[in-house]
Write a protein that binds this ligand. Structure first.
Ligand code: COA
Length: 152
């Protein structure tokens, strides 16, 4: 039996701050990660964006997923703002984004990826070889857990 990978038409691009892709990814972040919590992307977050590397998944010209990386030090990257639009979930778009940024981090010389996973979404990271560390904590008004993965 042939299993169709529904993410095959999706391409991953870097989305530099100020680009059209970045603006679309920001809108997606706002819609998926902030508005349902009654929040908005803050001015502090926008300022922090200038220190991050942004990536997006594009399907037929539309941004359908996004993720950002923030260097914490010379060896560690913080994976942030992982989101996929609802109609494209469970189609491995998130997996493609994670694999892409891990390769990006490795080739840039980073050794460790850290993420704050929303409680309920941590299973996604565990499936990708991340380990949960410590107790849950609150961020953006909801519980999160820290997950980490050594980059090869
Ligand atoms: C979490 C999210 C990014 C996953 O993206 P996705 O494209 O739907 O995930 P994939 O299709 O690549 O899933 C890969 C695997 O992770 C699993 N998975 C996906 N979301 C999961 C979740 N919330 N909890 C547990 N496992 C999950 C899938 O079942 C799949 O497992 P399999 O390999 O056994 O088939 C997406 O559901 C999303 O945007 N959710 C809302 C925002 C959010 O919670 N972001 C994370 C913030 S930390």
């Amino acid at each position: 039996m042939t299993v169709m990978d529904r993410s095959t038409t999706v391409l991953i691009f870097e989305a530099p701050v100020g680009s059209g892709l970045y603006r679309d990814a920001l809108r997606l972040r706002e819609d998926i990660l902030r508005r349902p919590l009654g929040l908005t992307v803050s001015s502090e977050e926008l300022a922090d964006d200038t220190m991050r590397q942004h990536f997006c998944a594009v399907d037929c010209g539309a941004v359908v997923g996004t993720v950002s990386l923030r260097p914490l030090d010379e060896t560690t990257l913080h994976l942030k703002q992982m989101a996929v639009v609802e109609p494209k979930r469970a189609a491995r778009v998130g997996s493609r984004l994670v694999a892409h940024v891990e390769r990006w981090g490795t080739s840039a010389g980073f050794r460790l990826m850290v993420a704050h996973a929303r409680v309920g979404a941590e299973g996604f990271y565990l499936k990708h070889g991340y380990a949960q560390e410590g107790a849950a904590f609150f961020e953006q008004t909801i519980p999160h857990v820290r997950v980490t993965k050594r980059l090869k």
